[in-house]
Ligand binder design. Structure first.
Ligand SMILES: *Cc1c(COP(=O)(O)O)cnc(C)c1O
Length: 415
């Protein structure tokens, strides 16, 4: 029986051209493992993040770049990121505390439903911007500000009547726990200005994981129009409009990287024609995976290679408890293969397909399904790419009682 291989996603450009031993941040994968002491191990290369930031700066002159830290909150990674971006977007009091250790409060905004009074208090006291998700939350933040004698910095998160077309995860244009419906948003803006809060503007996030530049351009133009309409209704010019993000990355076969230069040109055009009420407004784009995903590699060691009914299973010491997304159980409907490689044999010709499974006792723990890899043996390192975002912190590490993965940051580039 011959087994037809299933395709895998594209290896990120910084690694795709390598031959022989995989290097990350100029160092061999085996050397990273030796230094940290064990597998499984996430290695993040901030030089790759820096190239994405430089590309953003060139494509979006004058637009603020925010990092959505839930993509990768690993402290050294966050510290490196903080030096490269204008703002940090956080979604919990814990993230807020981490962000405050690397960025001034005025560069931090805090979104997310279900902020308790203790979280609101930390934000108001620190003078971070709260993106309020409801009228109730706005009133609670104002009351906390009155108690502390601080005018709270509040932005209104809008549940837009817009969807990001082709987005992996749609957040707008429907009933939502996130943000205030567009129909009610200007009323909340008026209320909080009249209550003496420091109104920071709008936060409008319409979706995630978009690869189609045309869809992103459409969404951004509609977002600008919506912000202008709401500002006119509230009769107040927003200091900042956070346009959301949604820039996707190619995880799977057939995915084509987002053309951010085209998006930048489209945004410049939309901003050039923006309504007068937004004339002095700053604009921000908040990105998670686009900045972080390709910078990370998850390294696992092969524990066993076995045959079952004609198929070869490569069993590694990692799994979905560290890298849930690669198993296809995080926000995808159909399981498809992330890019992976034998770390000692980059660029080597593939042989018969193998199925790479993790060490968890569940059939869900599949990291590569019938992937064409070069010969692979017990003791080899298998690298799974696209591990810089929604990896270690977005996986059920307590499941089945295996140790947590190590994490390490490669050297930060100079200058
Ligand atoms: C998660 C999140 C992001 C980041 O999403 P990515 O797809 O990783 O870019 C941005 N903004 C908000 C409001 C989020 O919740």
């Amino acid at each position: 029986m011959t087994i037809t291989p299933k395709p895998m996603g594209p290896i990120p450009p910084e690694f795709a051209g390598q031959a022989g031993a995989l290097t990350i941040g100029g160092r061999r994968a085996e050397d990273w493992v030796a230094e940290v002491g064990d597998t499984p191990l996430f290695v993040y290369d901030p030089a790759i993040v820096a190239t994405r930031v430089a590309r953003f700066r060139a494509a979006f002159p004058g637009i603020d770049l925010h990092y959505a830290m839930k993509a990768n909150p690993f402290a050294p990674f966050l510290a490196a990121m903080a030096t490269m971006v204008d703002g940090l977007d956080v979604a919990s009091a814990g993230e807020l505390r981490a962000a405050l250790s690397v960025k001034p409060a005025t560069a931090i905004s805090f979104a997310g439903p279900g902020k308790r009074d203790d979280a609101l208090t930390v934000a108001v006291r620190a003078r971070a911007t709260l993106n309020v998700e409801s009228g109730n939350e706005a009133r609670r933040a104002i009351a906390i500000g009155e108690r502390l004698g601080i005018a709270p910095r509040l932005a209104v998160r809008v549940n837009p009547d817009i969807e990001l077309r082709g987005s992996g995860l749609r957040m707008g244009g429907r009933p939502s726990p996130f943000g205030i419906d567009a129909s009610a948003a200007s009323g909340v803006v008026r209320m909080l200005i009249d209550a003496g809060a420091d109104w920071r503007g709008f936060h409008i996030y319409a979706g995630s994981q978009a690869l189609d530049a045309g869809a992103v351009i459409e969404t951004q133009a509609a977002t600008i129009a919506l912000a202008a309409r709401l500002a006119e209704q509230a009769d107040a010019a927003p200091p900042l409009v956070n346009l959301g993000g949604g820039f996707g990355v190619p995880y799977f076969a057939g995915d084509i990287a987002l053309d951010v230069e085209v998006v930048g040109a489209g945004l410049a055009e939309a901003l050039g024609a923006r309504p007068a009420i937004l004339r002095d407004t700053r604009f921000a784009i908040e990105l998670g995976r686009w900045l972080a995903a390709e910078s990370g590699v998850y390294l696992t060691r092969v524990v066993d290679v076995k045959d079952s009914q004609g198929e070869t299973f490569v069993v590694v010491d990692g799994g979905l408890h560290h890298q849930l997304a690669a198993s296809g159980n995080f926000g995808t409907v159909v399981r498809r293969n992330y890019p992976l490689a034998v770390a000692g044999a980059m660029g080597a010709a593939p042989v018969a397909p193998v199925t790479v499974v993790g060490c968890l006792c569940t059939p869900l723990d599949r990291l590569g399904d019938r992937v064409a890899l070069p010969p692979v043996a017990v003791g080899d390192l298998v690298a799974i790419f696209m591990a810089g975002a929604y990896g270690a912190s977005a996986s059920p590490s307590a499941f089945l009682g295996h140790p947590e993965a190590g994490q390490v940051l490669a050297p930060v580039p100079m200058g």
